[in-house]
Structures are given as C-alpha cells and as structure tokens.
Write a protein that binds this ligand. Structure first.
Ligand code: ATP
Ligand code: MG
Length: 226
C-alpha cells in the first residue's frame, strides 16, 4: 500500500457572521496517497477553496483533524505549520500572487529566500523550472510585462522550487483560455511525474477533473462522492 500523504478526518468549518452561524464544511473525510493527482470539484460556494486552505494548513477547522505528511496540523502551532508548509507544500492561487517588484526569476526564488538562503544553486534551479514551463526567454520580465498565462506559469515554477511533496492549486486554469489552460495542465502533470509531487487541485473544468486519478465531489459542504 502507498503512503497516505493527506488524511482528513471528520472536519467541520463554521464561520460566524454576526449572530449567524455558517456551517461551510460538514464532517468531511478523505485520504490521498502520495504521488496521486486529485481534483476537488463542486458548485460555487460548496466549500472547495475552504477545504483546500484547511488541508494546506493555511486555515484551521472548527473541529476534526488533518494529517499532512504524517503530521497532525491541529497539534502544531502557527510557526510549526509554517515550517511544514515551507518544506513540503506548494500553493498556487487563482490570482497568481506574484510580487510586482520582482522579476520572473526572482519570484520563483522567493520560497527558497524565505527558507534562509538562495544562492547560485537556487538560481540555476529557478531557471530550469522556468524553462520547463516554457518561459526560457522571460526571466527578466516583471509580472506586469507578462501575460496572464505566463504569470500563472511563473506561479507554477515558484510552487515547485522547494520540490514540495504536495502541491495545492485553486483553479489554476480558471482565468485562462482553453489552450493556455491545457499548457498549464501539461506543465503540472509533467512536474507531478518528474518530482512525484502529489497534486490536489480545485477545478470547475470537467475535462481536467476526468484526467485526475481521484475526484472528490463537494455539494453544500458535504462530500457526495469520491
Ligand atoms: N472568511 C469567510 N467568512 C465567512 N464566510 C466565508 C468565508 N470564506 C468562505 N465563506 C463562505 O463559505 C462558503 C464556501 O466558500 P468557498 O470559497 O470554499 O467556496 P468554493 O466552493 O471555493 O466556491 P467557488 O467555486 O465559487 O470558488 C461560501 O458560501 C462563502 O460565502
Ligand atoms: Mg473557490
């Protein structure tokens, strides 16, 4: 049996808006094996992004437990979670979130800088990753000198720089035209194979979901099928 890289046990997430209680995730449980490709799908507002943030350790559940890379996120403090994320997790946001004052190359190197040092080796690796996502001649470009699809590819290269065990992506192709979206997908699948990175992504795209090995369907905060 393969190693379980992510285990979600009976998680609930409530939001308190005034005196109104919003129960967004309801007793959600699932497991993901290392190296797998997984889609989280469901209608708008069904809790997909909430679920992704929780499993990536960016948010905390109201109850339940999440084990990421064998570590219980609920037994860690914020610093410990940050360290686990910086070593094992990559995250791609729908809105790219590149730093505008840094070049493409510098943006890709950021996670290593945060880990306390990015030397020549990191730079070489960043160049290689940019090459792998088809941006060999865009190293010196700033985000506002790149197209949307190119910015998204920089975000992918950045997410892979620390060779994460798990990559979480929230609608990584949601803002892109179909063809550019397919290129992004190819980059993700290629890097998944090359580095053995577990891929967990939220998508509204049925064609993309069909290419994943596991599909988790959310509806009204409940898992309706796997
Ligand atoms: N910080 C918050 N405070 C209050 N309610 C929130 C918060 N974040 C999300 N919600 C609510 O939780 C529900 C689920 O939100 P979530 O972003 O997880 O949906 P989603 O499935 O990702 O939807 P979409 O496909 O539109 O991105 C929504 O009804 C939303 O209004
Ligand atoms: Mg969402």
């Amino acid at each position: 049996m393969s190693e379980i890289i992510l285990e979600v046990k009976n998680i609930n997430r409530h939001y308190q808006i005034g005196d109104h209680d919003l129960h967004v995730l309801k007793d959600v449980s699932f497991q993901i094996e290392a190296g797998k490709t997984v889609a989280i799908v469901g209608p708008s507002g069904s809790g997909k992004s909430t679920c992704l943030s929780l499993t990536a350790g960016l948010d905390e559940p109201s109850s339940g437990e999440i084990l990421l890379c064998g570590e219980n996120l609920q037994k860690m403090n914020e610093d410990q979670r940050a360290e686990l994320r910086s070593k094992n997790v990559g995250f791609i946001f729908q809105s790219f979130q590149l730093l505008p004052t840094l070049t493409a190359l510098e943006n890709v190197m950021v996670p290593m800088e945060l880990q306390g040092g990015a030397g020549k080796e990191t730079e070489a690796k960043a160049r290689k990753l940019l090459e792998e996502v088809g941006l060999k001649d865009r190293w010196e470009h700033y985000p506002n000198q790149l197209s949307g699809g190119e910015q998204q590819r920089v975000a992918i290269a950045r997410a892979f720089i620390n060779e994460p065990k798990v990559l979480f992506a929230d609608e990584p192709t949601g803002n892109l035209d179909t063809e550019t979206g397919r290129h992004i997908e190819e980059s993700l699948f290629r890097l998944n194979k090359k580095y053995g990175t577990t891929l967990v992504l939220v998508t509204h795209d049925n064609e993309l979901a069909a290419k994943m090995q596991q599909v988790i369907r959310l509806k009204g905060g409940v898992i309706c099928s796997e």
